[in-house]
Design a protein around this ligand. Structure first.
Ligand SMILES: Nc1ncnc2c1ncn2[C@@H]1O[C@H](COP(=O)(O)OP(=O)(O)O)[C@@H](O)[C@H]1O
Ligand SMILES: [Mg+2]
Length: 253
C-alpha cells in the first residue's frame, strides 16, 4: 500500500481529557478513505489533530514521511492538508466567487489566485451557475460543493472532509459523494468522516471504524461492507440484504 498520510498511535484531546487513545490509520495515496464510528468516538477530533487545530500529546502523523504533529495549522495547510470542517464555513454574505478566492488566502500572487479560481470554475458547474450569488443563498449541498472547490484552491495533497452529507437531502448527498469521488480520481487523497456509513463505504476505497478513540477495524471499504459485525453495528439491518451496488466498479482493490 502506498500510504500518503500515516497516523501512528495518536493520543489527543481537549484540556485534560483524552479522546484519541492511540489511533492508528493508513490513508492510501490517491484514494478515498472513510472513517465511520459512533457519535463521540473521536472522528472529528482526529481530523482536528491532523490539521493541527488541537495538539497531539503523543504519537505521530506523517505526510509522505514528514511529521505534521507540532506544526501550526498554517504550516500543515502549506504542507498540503486542507480541512473542510463539519460546520458550514462559507462567508454567507460574500459571493460564491469571493468565497472561492478566499481559498487562496496564503498565495501571494493574486494573478495565480484568479487563475486557479477560473480553472475550478471550469470544473464545477455550481460555481459557474452561482458566480455572483451570495453563498448563503445556496442550498446546503451546493454550499458543500463550493467548500470543496475552495479547499482545492491550494492544490492540496489531502482533503479532510468532516460529515459533508450531514443534513442534506438524498439528491444533494449523491452530488456531494460524486464530487468527492471525482476529486479522488483526480489524484487527491481524501479522508472522509461519515455518519451515512453505507453510502460512504460504497464510494470509498479504504475504510476504518473508530471506537472510543482507537481504530478498531481497518480494511478495504468493500470488505467492511461485507463484514457482518460492521453491518450489524453500523449499517443497520442485515448486511446481506443491502449488497453493494453493482456499479461500484470504481472501488480499487
Ligand atoms: N471542543 C471540545 N471541547 C471538549 N470536548 C470536546 C470538544 N469537541 C469534542 N469533544 C468531546 O470529544 C469526544 C469526541 O468528539 P468528536 O471527535 O466530535 O466525536 P465524533 O466526531 O466521532 O462524533 C466527545 O466526547 C466530545 O464530547
Ligand atoms: Mg464529528
Amino acid at each position: 500500500m502506498d500510504t500518503c498520510l500515516e497516523i501512528r498511535q495518536v493520543v489527543s484531546g481537549y484540556g485534560y481529557g483524552t479522546v484519541l487513545r492511540g489511533a492508528t490509520l493508513n490513508v492510501p495515496r490517491h484514494e478515498m478513505t472513510c472513517l465511520i464510528g459512533p457519535n463521540g468516538a473521536g472522528k472529528s477530533t482526529l481530523l482536528r489533530a491532523i490539521s493541527g487545530l488541537i495538539a497531539v500529546q503523543s504519537g505521530e502523523i506523517l505526510l509522505d514521511g514528514m511529521a505534521l504533529q507540532g506544526l501550526t495549522p498554517r504550516q500543515i495547510l502549506e504542507a498540503g492538508v486542507v480541512h473542510v470542517p463539519q460546520d458550514r464555513s462559507l462567508f454567507p454574505t460574500l459571493s460564491v466567487w469571493e468565497n472561492l478566492l478566499m481559498g487562496g488566502f496564503i498565495i501571494r500572487d493574486s494573478g495565480e489566485v484568479r487563475r486557479r479560481a477560473s480553472a475550478l470554475e471550469e470544473r464545477f458547474p455550481t460555481i459557474r451557475q452561482f458566480h455572483n450569488a451570495h453563498a448563503g443563498s445556496l442550498s446546503g449541498g451546493q454550499q458543500r460543493i463550493i467548500e470543496f472547490a475552495r479547499a482545492l484552491m491550494l492544490e492540496p495533497k489531502v482533503v479532510l472532509a468532516d460529515e459533508p452529507s450531514l443534513g442534506l437531502d438524498p439528491k444533494s448527498r449523491t452530488l456531494v459523494f460524486e464530487t468527492l469521488t471525482a476529486m479522488s480520481r483526480d489524484g487527491i487523497t481524501v479522508l472522509l468522516v461519515e455518519q451515512n456509513a453505507r453510502s460512504a463505504l460504497r464510494v470509498s476505497d479504504h475504510a476504518a471504524v473508530l471506537e472510543l478513540g482507537t481504530v478498531r477495524i481497518e480494511d478495504r471499504a468493500a470488505n467492511l461492507l461485507d463484514n457482518p459485525e460492521v453491518g450489524r453495528l453500523y449499517l443497520g439491518a442485515s448486511a446481506a440484504a443491502h449488497r453493494r451496488l453493482p456499479h461500484a466498479a470504481h472501488v480499487r482493490t
